[in-house]
Write a protein that binds this ligand. Structure first.
Ligand SMILES: C[S@@+](CC[C@H](N)C(=O)[O-])C[C@H]1O[C@@H](n2cnc3c(N)ncnc32)[C@H](O)[C@@H]1O
Length: 392
């Protein structure tokens, strides 16, 4: 076995985190219980770097990943790369220019460096939107990885499949360079829509979209925790008309983290009042029919995008804080006291730990934008565990 592979069994895995944002990949590594050392993170956005530094005490290398060379990367001696490149070139709502979109160039550059490196990584994980798997960037990635002796397993997974009431399907590619191999080799070079292999199930039926019938999804959604477990504010009507809003102390069990710290500074409270999360009546009148509305006892909410709070249509769910007798459009939306999920609540739905904080100078819009760009720790952590596991 090559020296760099043996390293991994005792010494920490040396990890490079590309497109580090607010650190979703790093939280996933922590959650996966992997023995790791992030030797460098790369991110162009200085506000995201402020957040990363605030939480991890290390400021990512700020610059364009496109300008990295094979010499730079060899210099880090890393065995693991984690990459969540921009998804705009591949989103269904976008122009779908794929590799012709300038935002794809930095990832293409990284791919081109792999064959030129003297010490390419032993493992890598790539995250992107659904749609990436049919792009020419994906074709290029598969070609480069195969040429460099990697075996891949690909997944499309959503937090709903991990008990979190949050629909955020995403594409993931796990790659291991020979002689490393996956625990379950049956799924080599396959795209799976099921997390079964991550739980030790090696039935071939999980390949493809089979098994993802509406009935299965209904069952999955039913087994998720209710949204209220992820809220920091609940409202309740006490007897008469008066409505009270209270801060709840959801413990970290909803997120699957061990700690159970109380809410601390740096969250919604920074902004003073809950009022700023209330959806204005003018928006309800104009866009009410296009809003995705959920209730504290709902078992699903929609993906929060980076435009949440700036736009209401298609950017994420809104919470009805007064539960109507008859849910849905039959009850007036105005009476349901709609509000936005707070950034802390979005972070909870992304399964970030409670001690994740934004520095105070990061505005509300910036918080939503960065969270919208980030990822579900509940999904990535088990993927990492599966990738790092050695076949028995
Ligand atoms: C999909 S987000 C990844 C977010 C990250 N995984 C997280 O948990 O927050 C892509 C990130 O890549 C950064 N980015 C985009 N193009 C870049 C480039 N050429 N060089 C460095 N960073 C870039 C963006 O600023 C954004 O934060």
């Amino acid at each position: 076995m090559a020296e760099s592979v043996c390293q991994g069994t005792k010494d920490p895995w040396r990890v490079l985190e590309f497109y580090s944002g607010i650190g979703g990949m790093r939280y996933s590594l922590m959650k996966a219980g992997v023995n790791y050392n992030v030797v460098e993170a790369f991110e162009i956005n200085d506000k995201a770097n402020d957040v990363y530094q605030h939480n991890f005490g290390h400021r990512p290398c700020q610059g364009n990943i496109q300008s990295l060379t094979e010499v730079d990367l060899d210099g880090y001696g890393a065995n693991v790369w984690l990459l969540s490149p921009p998804c705009q070139p591949y989103t269904r709502q976008g122009l779908q220019k794929h590799s012709a979109d300038a935002r794809a160039f930095s990832f293409l550059n990284i791919l081109e460096l792999i064959p030129r490196m003297s010490k390419p990584p032993n493992m890598l994980l790539v995250e992107n939107v659904v749609g990436f798997e049919t792009s020419d960037t994906h074709a290029k990635m598969v070609q480069v990885l195969a040429g460099a002796d990697f075996v891949t397993q690909e997944f499309i997974l959503s937090p709903l499949q991990f008990g979190v009431p949050y629909s955020r399907p995403r594409y993931f590619c796990l790659a291991k360079r020979k002689p490393l191999s996956f625990q379950c080799q049956l799924f080599n070079n396959q795209l799976l829509w099921s997390p079964s292999p991550l739980f030790g199930n090696d039935e071939k039926t999980v390949i493809g979209e089979n098994g993802q019938s509406q009935e299965n999804w209904d069952k999955l959604i039913d087994s998720c925790q209710p949204i209220e477990k992820f809220l920091e504010f609940t409202s309740s009507s006490d007897q008469g008309d008066t409505e009270t809003i209270s801060l709840v102390n959801t413990d970290d069990s909803a997120n699957g983290w061990e700690t159970s710290d109380k809410f601390v500074e740096g969250n919604a409270c920074d902004f003073g009042s809950i009022d700023q999360f209330v959806v204005p009546l003018s928006l309800i009148e104009r866009w009410g029919s296009a809003m995705d509305i959920v209730y504290p006892d709902s078992k699903r909410c929609c993906c929060f995008t980076k435009s949440y709070y700036r736009y209401v249509k298609g950017t994420g769910s809104l919470l009805a804080t007064v539960q109507p007798k008859n849910k849905g459009k039959t009850s007036s939306l105005k009476e349901q006291c709609l509000r936005y999920f707070t950034p802390r609540e979005v972070a909870n739905l992304h399964s970030f730990p409670k001690d994740f904080l934004f520095p105070k100078h990061i505005s509300l819009r910036q918080r939503y934008a960065m969270l919208g760009n980030s990822l579900s720790v509940a999904v990535v952590a088990p993927l990492l565990q599966y990738m790092f596991a050695e076949p028995s």
